[in-house]
Design a protein around this ligand. Structure first.
Ligand SMILES: Cc1cc2nc3c(=O)[nH]c(=O)nc-3n(C[C@H](O)[C@H](O)[C@H](O)COP(=O)(O)O)c2cc1C
Length: 325
């Protein structure tokens, strides 16, 4: 899989997820063999570019993989400025978000709401591609709603504007996360354009990954929610897809991964925010492992500082039946 001058080590990509794909999580997924990770979305509004939270989202310290940052906005000039700024901050790929259905995003007609306005899409893509020499990629849904599935038209615009890879989540904006992702539109787009196409939506196993790749003909797959609480999914998928399956992680290896993740969260965000942000990841890890008794979950969520949280997490592993993940 090639994006502009960059050859990816494999074709399994971590999806951008606001509040999740931060520096510590991207590092973990890269360590487990994600071919590419994408940052949380960064709003292109110039007033927010120097906000500490924006800077944190684009802090790549300790990251070994390619640095792809996702920008979001509605104004071509602001989007171009945001692309330049992020290029200057070290981004090697700029990804444009036209896939996010969140209300606060759509109320300003950004994210997937933009799919409704093809001429604005064209102006944004042209402005961003012109602004930076690094490759620009685009992430979309299949359309605005089931009656307006215009992914083919958007893909054509993207290719003509110089977009170097296109990710398609197989749902419309109106579908939100309901129902199942469909792959027919992705297959049609892949047959229609000459740029690399990345298939996304509901891919959570090697069997599903294989089916989606075969059916759509896509160049790569992107995995989002299935990586929550399971960053090692990348080595599992790439091992099985390449015919060299790796042994599943043992419970003690998983414990080590969780400890490493939490340590990285504490050092990246500081003790107070680190403990707070860790809670959702801890929940996902234990859900993957079969779940904890509700009293133990309550105790875990009360931890207020790193050493206490780590001790409670490690003690919680005694509730898990040793089995391979
Ligand atoms: C919590 C959460 C946050 C997300 N944030 C973003 C985002 O910032 N940018 C984006 O393009 N997509 C975002 N998405 C969508 C994912 O990138 C992906 O397209 C979607 O989850 C479908 O893939 P999956 O079925 O593998 O999860 C988000 C999804 C989730 C669940």
């Amino acid at each position: 899989m090639q994006i502009g001058p960059h050859q990816l080590p494999n074709n399994i990509i971590l999806a951008p997820m606001a509040g999740i794909t931060d520096n510590p999580f991207r590092r973990l997924c890269s360590q487990f063999g994600a071919g590419l990770t994408v940052s949380e979305m960064v709003i292109s509004n110039s007033g927010l570019q120097h906000h500490p939270r924006t800077l944190q989202k684009t802090d790549y310290s300790g990251e070994s993989g390619l640095r792809s940052v996702q920008i979001l906005g509605t104004e071509p000039r602001q989007m171009a400025d945001a692309a330049r700024l992020n290029r200057d901050r070290g981004a090697q790929i700029i990804d444009i978000n036209m896939g996010c259905p969140a209300k606060k995003v759509c109320s300003v007609a950004a994210g997937s709401a933009l799919l409704k306005d093809e001429s604005l899409v064209e102006r944004i893509l042209t402005a961003v591609v012109k602004a930076v020499e690094v490759p620009v990629t685009l992430k979309i849904r299949t359309g605005w709603d089931l009656a307006n599935r215009n992914a083919l038209k958007i893909a054509e615009i993207a290719e003509n504007c110089g977009i170097r890879a296109l990710t398609i989540h197989g749902r419309t904006r109106a579908c939100k996360f309901n129902g199942r992702a469909e792959y027919d539109t992705i297959r049609q787009v892949k047959r229609y354009v000459n740029i690399p196409v990345i298939a996304n939506g509901d891919i959570d196993s090697a069997e599903k990954a294989r089916q989606v790749l075969a059916y759509t003909g896509a160049d790569a797959i992107m995995v989002g929610r299935a990586a929550q609480g399971k960053p090692w999914i990348f080595q599992e998928l790439s091992g099985k897809l390449s015919g060299n399956p790796v042994s599943p992680l043992s419970l003690s290896e998983i414990k080590t991964v969780v400890n490493q993740h939490l340590d990285n969260l504490y050092s990246f965000y500081g003790a107070v925010s680190g403990v707070r942000i860790a809670r959702k990841h801890i929940g996902w890890y234990f859900d993957q492992l079969g779940g904890l008794p509700s009293e133990q979950k309550t105790i875990l969520n009360q931890a207020q500082e790193p050493a206490q949280q780590l001790a409670l997490v490690n003690a919680s592993f005694t509730f898990i039946t040793p089995r391979v993940a």
